[in-house]
Design a protein around this ligand. Structure first.
Ligand code: HEC
Length: 461
């Protein structure tokens, strides 16, 4: 078994709402803290005589502003605000526990394995973690109120998150509306809507945005461009068949995708966007829910003719036949492979799995026999899906003939506290309570000349 499978989960599961799916939500939002982790003990704020002591106003508040308040502010998706001293002190011990375990901010990616330079990386630095830990261990002193930094502007609920970096999207495509019932089985909604794109463009960034009311019931929402005339339904892998290209993938908690300027993820003229949305009812009816996707384009100098093509693919890297079953109270490791016949650059990696997945790893086996771990997630959390975008200077360059290896660890025992029912057999499937094993990987297709050129450029740097 993988070491990541120690009983590390903190959320207590409760079966309060009907159905197994509710369990996922409870795991994500029920968040009953370990006892003693929240404090209401009286405390008199005081100025700390020792100027080197860690204080809230000087040392902790700036970390919270930068890394936590996006969600932990009124109207944000976090369960409580972390803005004032009083807010934060109450949660001090729990904050310490979760930042030390790297569960908060919610960005599950191992800090000491594989490539560490990622774009839009939410992880706290080691220094920030020690500052918070120290502050809690020292009894959470408030410090001098005059040290408190001014409050930064926070985005409105429902705003595009990538707008902070790129401004408002150049194009917004809205899915047709759908009413999600209060109670029922998982549902799939697959509307096709005109994109409005009139010339081929290259995409810079994409953010799929569920509505504020609908974000808790939107398990995933994939999107592809299909020729406008096509009536096609997405196929089993979410692909739209001939003439279609993938726009994006979204799963609970994901923010978006970013595409480097030396590559083109194409937005074809005269296309429709075909959505593939997976809703799961969670106790409250949502009338006319409407999900949308925001697209930012590269400037006119970045054209499909002058750039290598980048594609986002679902790499169905499960073992052998592509099928597997996890026995009740059992564990399983699966491994799958994909060989690239041309040189490629791996731009991003997004592991996917559900409630029994606990860890995932991406490796590469080079044609010369070397094997390297590119990325690893040892503390998988089904509530948060991220596209880990490698910094352009380190995005792995693979020669033709390289093989990527996807390894997934599953735990169907009661030690996995996201597990709704350890007595079930769990097979591969689409429902939230089934399992999946694939990864979404964005790949720039290179030729030998481009591959050599990129290698030389990097060697110079
Ligand atoms: C992207 C949004 C987001 C960010 C950023 C974020 N959180 Fe959270 N946080 C959540 C959500 C949502 C929950 C509820 C549990 C879950 O979904 O994982 C949560 C839960 C928590 C909890 C547990 C609350 C409870 O009552 O159990 C603590 C403590 C916490 N966050 C602290 C932090 C701290 C400290 C930071 C910054 C260092 C941070 N969070 C950053 C969204 C966020």
């Amino acid at each position: 078994m993988h070491p990541a499978q120690a009983p590390r989960r903190r959320w207590q599961l409760s079966l309060a709402i009907s159905g197994a799916v509710a369990v996922l939500l409870t795991a994500l939002r029920g968040v009953t803290p370990a006892s003693g982790a929240v404090t209401d003990a009286p405390y008199s704020p005081h100025r700390v005589a020792d100027s080197t002591a860690v204080t809230f106003t000087r040392d902790v508040a700036p970390i919270l502003q930068k890394n936590c308040q996006l969600c932990h502010s009124p109207g944000g998706i976090g369960p409580m605000p972390l803005i004032t001293y009083t807010h934060t002190r109450r949660y001090g011990p729990l904050i310490k526990q979760l930042v030390e375990a790297r569960e908060m901010p919610p960005y599950q990616y191992d800090a000491h394995i594989g490539i560490q330079q990622l774009q839009h990386d939410w992880r706290l630095s080691e220094d920030d973690i020690s500052t918070i830990v120290q502050w809690v261990e020292d009894g959470m002193p408030q410090g001098d109120p005059a040290d408190m930094p001014p409050a930064p502007p926070l985005p409105e609920a429902g705003e595009y998150r990538l707008a902070a970096d790129y401004g408002p999207p150049d194009l917004i495509v809205k899915a047709a509306k759908y009413t999600v019932p209060a109670i029922g089985q998982d549902r799939w909604w697959r509307p096709s809507v005109p994109s409005g794109i009139t010339t081929d463009r290259c995409i810079k960034a994409i953010e799929t945005k569920p509505s504020v009311a609908g974000r808790a019931v939107t398990h995933h929402a994939n999107s592809i461009f299909v020729p406008a005339a096509s009536e096609r339904e997405p196929d089993a892998t979410g692909g739209g068949g001939p003439g279609s290209v993938r726009l994006s993938e979204y799963a609970l908690g994901k923010i978006g995708e970013v595409i480097p300027a030396d590559a083109c993820r194409i937005a074809p003229a005269g296309s429709n966007v075909l959505f593939d949305i997976h809703y799961f009812p969670n106790g409250k009816e949502i009338v006319d829910d409407q999900l949308e996707v925001g697209i930012w384009f590269h400037g006119p100098e970045v054209t499909p003719e002058t750039r290598h093509r980048q594609t986002l693919g679902l790499y169905a890297l499960q073992s052998g036949s592509g099928d597997f079953e996890i026995e009740p109270r059992g564990t399983l490791v699966t491994q799958g492979f994909h060989r690239f016949n041309t040189p490629v650059r791996i731009d991003s990696w997004q592991p996917h799995g559900h409630l029994r997945l606990v860890a995932k790893r991406l490796e590469v086996l080079y044609p010369d026999g070397r094997r390297e771990t590119l990325s690893m997630v040892s503390n998988w959390n089904p509530g948060w899906h991220h596209s880990h975008v490698y910094e352009e200077a380190v995005a792995p360059l693979l020669p033709a003939g390289s093989v990527i290896i996807n390894t997934a660890w599953y735990d169907n025992t009661e030690k996995n506290t996201y597990n709704p029912d350890p007595d079930q057999w769990v097979g591969i499937g689409d429902r939230t309570t089934d399992e999946m094993s694939h990864a979404w990987i964005a790949v720039t297709q290179l030729d030998d000349a481009a591959y050599q050129k990129l290698l030389t450029q990097r060697a110079k740097k």
